[in-house]
Design a binder for this molecule. Structure first.
Ligand code: NAD
Length: 264
C-alpha cells in the first residue's frame, strides 16, 4: 500500500473489537506507515484492545472514558510523555441508551438526550481541546458520523440529532484550528454491523435497504472506511477541512428506492 502516513503518529479512540470502524481505520493507517496509539473504554475493552494493538505494534495509552474528563487528560498526558507531539487523532465514539434507538424520537428523555449529546458530539470537542496542544506541526482530526444526521432514518432518533451537532462542530473546529494548520473532517459511513450498530432497532433492515438502493448496490466495509480515513489523515487531503465525506457506496446521493430493488 502507498505509505501516505509514513513518519506520522496518531491516536485512534474507539476500538471495541475487530469489527469496530476504529479498528478498520487503525489497520489502514498502520498499512499506510503510521505509528499508532490506542485508547480503550474500561477493562472489558482492554482485554480485546491489547492483543489488537499488539498486531499493529501500537502503543496502548490506557483507559479513556469521555464522561470522565480526568481520564481524557490522563490519556493525553501519557501520550505527551511517550511521543511529545501527534499528527492525527481519530474519534470513533458514540453512545445512546438502546431503549431509545427504537420507537419514536419524540419520546427521548432529557437524561438520555444529554448523555447521547455529551458522549457522541461534545466528546469530539473535548478531545480536540487536548489534541490541539500536541499538534505542534499541524495535524488532522477525524470523527465518524452517519446519514441519520441529515435525513430521518428509522430508529436512529436521538443519535441523529447528536450526529447533526457533531457535524456542525466539525465546521466550527475547522475554523478555530485552521490557523494552526490543523484540519478537522468527518466520514459519514454507511451502515456496518458493529457492536454499537447492534443497539439500533431493525438494523438488518437498514443494511438490506442500503445494499439494494445504494448506487454501488452493496454496503461498505470497515476496511473501505479505513482507506478513506488514510486520505483524510494524510497530506493528500491538505486542502480539505470542515468536510463531511460520505463513504456509503453512494447512498446519500439517491432520492428514491432503486427501480430494481427487491422487496425486503
Ligand atoms: P463500536 O461499538 O465498535 O465502537 C463504538 C465505540 O465507542 C466503542 O469502542 C466504545 O468503547 C466507545 N464509547 C462509547 N461510549 C464511550 C465513552 N463514554 N468513552 C469512551 N468511549 C466510548 O461501533 P462502531 O460502529 O465502530 O462505532 C464507531 C463510530 O462510528 C461511532 O461514532 C458510530 O456512531 C459511527 N458510525 C457507525 C456506523 C455503523 O453503521 N456501524 C455508521 C456510521 C457511523
Amino acid at each position: 500500500k502507498p505509505q501516505l502516513l509514513k513518519g506520522k503518529r496518531g491516536l485512534i479512540m474507539g476500538v471495541a473489537n475487530n469489527r469496530s470502524i476504529a479498528w478498520g481505520i487503525a489497520k489502514a493507517c498502520s498499512d499506510a506507515g503510521a505509528e499508532l496509539a490506542l485508547t480503550y473504554q474500561g477493562d472489558a475493552m482492554k482485554k480485546r484492545v491489547e492483543p489488537l494493538a499488539e498486531q499493529l505494534g501500537a502503543f496502548v495509552v490506557g483507559h479513556c472514558d469521555v464522561t470522565e474528563g480526568e481520564t481524557i487528560d490522563a490519556a493525553f498526558a501519557t501520550l505527551a510523555d511517550e511521543w511529545g507531539s501527534i499528527d492525527f487523532v481519530v474519534h470513533c465514539i458514540a453512545y445512546s441508551d438502546k431503549d431509545e434507538l427504537t420507537g419514536r424520537y419524540i419520546d427521548t428523555t432529557a437524561e438520555n438526550f444529554t448523555q447521547s449529546m455529551f458522549i457522541s458530539a461534545y466528546s469530539f470537542t473535548a478531545i480536540a481541546q487536548r489534541a490541539e496542544k500536541l499538534m505542534t506541526n499541524g495535524g488532522s482530526m477525524l470523527t465518524l458520523t452517519y446519514y441519520g444526521a441529515e435525513k430521518v432514518m428509522p430508529h436512529y432518533n436521538v443519535m441523529g440529532v447528536a450526529k447533526s451537532a457533531l457535524e456542525t462542530s466539525v465546521k466550527y473546529l475547522a475554523e478555530d484550528l485552521g490557523k494552526d494548520k490543523i484540519r478537522v473532517n468527518a466520514i459519514s459511513a454507511g451502515p456496518i454491523k458493529t457492536l454499537a450498530a447492534s443497539g439500533i432497532g431493525d438494523f438488518r433492515y437498514i443494511l438490506k435497504w442500503n445494499e439494494y438502493n445504494s448506487p454501488l448496490r452493496r454496503v461498505v466495509t470497515t476496511d473501505e472506511v479505513g482507506d478513506s480515513a488514510v486520505y483524510l489523515l494524510s497530506d493528500f487531503s491538505r486542502g480539505v477541512t470542515g468536510e463531511v465525506h460520505h463513504v456509503d457506496a453512494g447512498y446519500h446521493a439517491v432520492g428514491m428506492k432503486a427501480v430494481d430493488a427487491p422487496d425486503i
